[in-house]
Design a binder for this molecule. Structure first.
Ligand code: GDP
Length: 360
């Protein structure tokens, strides 16, 4: 599953943010979630195109794409020493495709900071150091094992070389996300090593009203973590927002001067960091967004609906969302020559409205 792991020091607002994420999930009652797990928050990706499509097709329901966040409690300074980060923590974070680091920017004398002062830069360093140390521990065990496997011809030499290269970077205090490309480590080999710092990072800066308006401070923090994605929200405000009725929430949002809820932004940033996009299907029953990786072909996209669709793929009828909106119906879009028949090599574009033809 495409999940994003939430990490951060204690008292930075992780639970507050996570509660908002979970509440948003409960509110989205008509989504087909297989199971609701206590440590997973699933939020819809906001997409105004869906309501427009549903109107054209008279769809009974709308199913947006979703992004899952998993709460990975457990990092403090020194967490990687002693008993280590804990197996559950390691398993959770390994499964996540990206890591969302929540960092405290808000100041509140009533909320103790574990390090004694609010300093996003120091906090980021603390967390990154722990993740680097945990990766080094992983490699300390993996390298001797790989050496043996390479001797026995059970693992390729390149994998061992990559592990040693990764170890050098980490020892120099660089995360693999920052340094692997520069050190010319093969990204596929790096991925095989399952290291935490090789995952893409999202930085969520938990701030207050003043911080949300302070663009100079935001620019500084963005620069600090670039090229990773950064975003700013007020976790406490987000948690309050999801408790309100939609019209009340809209009013409170307008009063705050924010254009959209932070959770909406977070979902979008998550999609961006994971390299995802959506394509759309629509009919009288439902209008739906399907999640795919950028660059996927039509058969791969079809496989997200059903593996049979991919296996038996013949062709796809594709209409760009804007063309459909402009012409007003599939029939009109076809008449206007806006409906394209695409084959198996077609690379999907974001917002393609698609109907697949396939053999079963
Ligand atoms: P966690 O330890 O990272 O999970 O942090 P919590 O979410 O439990 O938050 C710790 C404390 O900080 C709680 O009392 C929250 O109400 C408070 N808190 C969280 N976010 C904010 C915020 O944006 N502003 C302020 N002033 N307090 C916050």
């Amino acid at each position: 599953a495409l999940t994003i792991g939430i990490v951060g020091l204690p008292n930075v607002g992780k639970s507050t943010l996570f509660n908002a994420l979970t509440r948003a999930q409960v509110l989205a009652a008509n989504y087909p979630f297989a199971t609701i797990e206590p440590n997973v928050g699933v939020v819809p990706l906001p997409d105004p195109r869906l309501a427009q499509l549903a109107k054209i097709f008279g769809s009974e329901r709308i199913l947006p794409a979703t992004v899952s966040f998993v709460d990975i409690a457990g990092i403090v300074r020194g967490a990687s020493e002693g008993e280590g980060l804990g197996n559950k923590f390691l398993a959770n974070i390994r499964e996540a495709e990206a890591i969302c680091q929540v960092t405290r920017v808000f100041s509140d004398p009533d909320v103790i900071h574990v390090e004694g002062k609010v300093s996003p830069k120091d906090d980021i360093e603390t967390i990154n150091t722990e993740l680097i140390l945990a990766d080094l521990q992983t490699l300390e065990k993996a390298i001797p094992r790989l050496e043996k496997e390479v001797r026995g011809k059970k693992a390729p030499q390149e994998l061992l070389d990559t592990a040693i290269g990764a170890q050098k970077l980490l020892e120099a205090g660089t995360t693999l996300a920052q340094g692997a490309a520069g050190a010319r480590l093969d990204p596929d080999r790096v991925a095989e090593l399952q290291l935490m710092t090789s995952k893409p990072f999202i930085y969520v800066f938990n701030t207050d009203d003043a911080g949300l308006a302070d663009t100079a401070m935001q620019d500084e923090l963005r620069a600090l973590v670039a090229p990773a994605d950064a975003m700013f929200l007020d976790a406490k405000f987000e948690a309050e927002l999801v408790e309100l009725e939609p019209d009340e929430a809209a009013e409170m949002l307008a009063e705050s001067g924010q254009g959209e809820p932070g959770l909406d932004q977070l979902a979008r940033v998550g999609f961006h960091t994971l390299g995802l996009q959506t394509y759309l299907t629509a009919g009288p029953k439902e209008t739906r967004a399907w999640t795919i990786h950028r660059g996927w072909t039509a058969p791969q996209a079809a496989g997200v609906i059903h593996t049979d669709f991919q296996r038996g793929f013949i062709k796809a009828e594709v209409i760009g969302f804007d063309d459909l909106l402009e012409t007003g119906s599939i029939v009109a879009a076809r008449a206007a020559g806006k409906a394209r028949i695409e084959g198996k090599d077609y690379v999907m574009a974001d917002g393609d409205v698609v109907e697949f033809r396939f053999n079963v």
